[in-house]
Design a protein around this ligand. Structure first.
Ligand code: NAP
Length: 439
């Protein structure tokens, strides 16, 4: 008897889970659902467009999706086209791997002003996520603040600071490349509420800022004189020390001034976004780190800015019927188990942390657990997987984009790109579905 598995979300956590399942059960039947017509989740819509080598993992995911016994159901949204209960009724195992795509709110006054964006929307805009294509961010000013000291914040400042030539071999969408190319930005502020030791940058990504052709990095040498203290977990120490070395090398740089600057500010907690018709300032409060936490000092200052991007983490959106942990902004689960037969994987399980490869290790652990649970309570054999689901989708006239149709989109995007650009993405549902059509 083969086991029928539904995986909801075709990003790294879902596809590494599919891969791990197929390794232990070669006969497993896996249906991978995605509400977009395109697979690979953050590999397509999140990873920075100039990080093509990281995106190359899509080739491995392509093999996962083209395995006999695995089917891709693109353009199928759970909660709209199929219900959670229908999935549970059709499959022995359901794995939810929908990620975390909602911007965590800053929770400060002025957050709703025009010119203030969350990183999910902003990154989605330059990466051609159909949902954020229309964001049309205000990039007409001189100064922009990116709030957050993680890798997403680094991605945003780097992409904005790159020249058109530096972005030429990226897959940034044409609409965003044009807008960024026309922008007159001079000062980008990268703002951490804690200190340089606590920043969650990874060294390779931090060092990349030092390679920008038209942009200086401004760091106060006194701010990066800190040392990694005993409160930092042992496994993190090397990374934090390396970050400090890189920051100090930025602070020590001399040379001809460049037309743009990235100012890296630490110990500055956002208090309010200021402005009337649109954002015009950011009020910050100096902090000191005590026991790992940012404590306010009462000393406030303002930056004059024209745009702000908050890169402070993401939340998972609720799915009708799926138990949800409101406080943490993810599915309620116990080490991945949501309820018997239903599991969570990746960011919707444990929040937005880790890099693509982290999901591979996590998938191994999750699949071991699924195997143990199935051994303890073997499936009855009554669930038919695709059979039942195909009928429902047909009945509801859902335009399913299968793997062959995705490959048509893929080929068309590659064909229409101007070299050295690797692809020019279709960014609206209509254009994606048109490219998916089998003429
Ligand atoms: P992150 O690493 O958790 O960073 C979030 C940042 O936001 C932290 O500096 C955090 O500060 C700050 N923050 C949170 N709430 C704040 C608030 N209210 N005010 C001011 N600052 C606030 O998350 P991320 O950058 O979104 O990245 C998500 C995951 O994707 C990470 O694991 C990251 O490494 C990964 N990623 C990897 C790459 C890559 O490998 N190239 C690229 C992009 C993303 P505190 O530390 O003080 O909370």
């Amino acid at each position: 008897m083969s086991i029928h598995v539904a995986i909801v979300g075709s990003g790294p956590s879902g596809l590494y889970t599919a891969d791990a399942l197929a390794r232990i059960w070669p006969d497993v039947e896996i249906d991978v659902f995605d509400r977009l017509p395109t697979p690979y989740g953050l590999v397509r819509g999140g990873i920075a467009p100039d990080h093509q080598s990281t995106k190359a993992v899509a080739r491995a995911f392509e093999r996962t999706l083209s395995r006999a016994g695995t089917r891709f159901f693109g353009n199928v949204e759970i909660g709209r086209d199929l219900s959670y209960d229908e999935l549970k009724a059709a499959y022995d195992v359901v794995v939810l791997s929908v990620g975390a795509e909602i911007d965590r709110p800053l929770g400060i006054p002025g957050e709703e002003l025009p010119g203030v964006y969350g990183a999910a929307a902003f990154v989605g805009w330059y990466n051609g996520h159909p949902r954020h294509r229309e964001l049309d961010p205000l990039l007409d000013g001189r100064a922009l603040a990116v709030i957050g000291n993680g890798n997403v914040a680094l991605d945003v400042v780097r992409v904005l600071a790159k020249t058109q030539a530096e972005l030429a071999d990226s897959d940034i969408c044409a609409h965003a490349a044009e807008r960024i190319g026309a922008a007159q930005l001079q000062d980008l502020y990268l703002i951490g509420r804690r200190g340089p030791v606590e920043a969650s940058f990874t060294p390779i990504e931090l060092a990349e800022l030092g390679e920008l052709g038209r942009c200086d990095i401004v760091v106060d040498p006194a701010a990066v004189a800190a040392e990694v203290g005993p409160e930092i977990p042992e496994k993190e120490v090397k990374v934090r020390q390396r970050n400090l070395e890189i920051l100090r090398s930025f602070a020590a740089r001399v040379g001809e001034p460049k037309p743009m600057r990235i100012h890296i500010l630490f110990n500055a907690a956002p208090v309010a976004l200021l402005g009337e018709q649109r954002v015009s300032g950011l009020e910050l409060e100096r902090t000191r780190v005590v026991g790992g936490r940012a404590e306010p000092t009462g000393e406030r200052f303002e930056l004059s800015i024209d745009t702000a991007v908050a890169a402070i983490g993401y939340l998972t959106g609720p799915l009708p019927g799926v138990p949800f942990d409101e406080k943490r902004g993810r599915f309620a689960n116990d080490e991945g188990l949501i309820e018997p037969g239903v599991y969570a994987a990746g960011w919707c399980k444990h929040g937005p942390r880790g890099v693509v490869g982290t999901n591979r290790t996590d998938a191994g652990v999750l699949v071991k657990r699924i195997a143990e649970d199935l051994a303890a309570a073997p499936p009855s054999g009554g669930k038919t997987g695709t059979g039942a689901i195909d009928a429902l989708l047909r009945e509801r006239n859902v335009r399913v984009v299968d793997f062959a149709a995705w490959k048509r989109i893929d080929a068309a995007e590659i064909a229409r790109a101007l070299p050295p650009k690797p692809r020019e993405k279709f960014v609206t549902p209509e254009s994606l579905l048109a490219a998916a059509a089998d003429h």
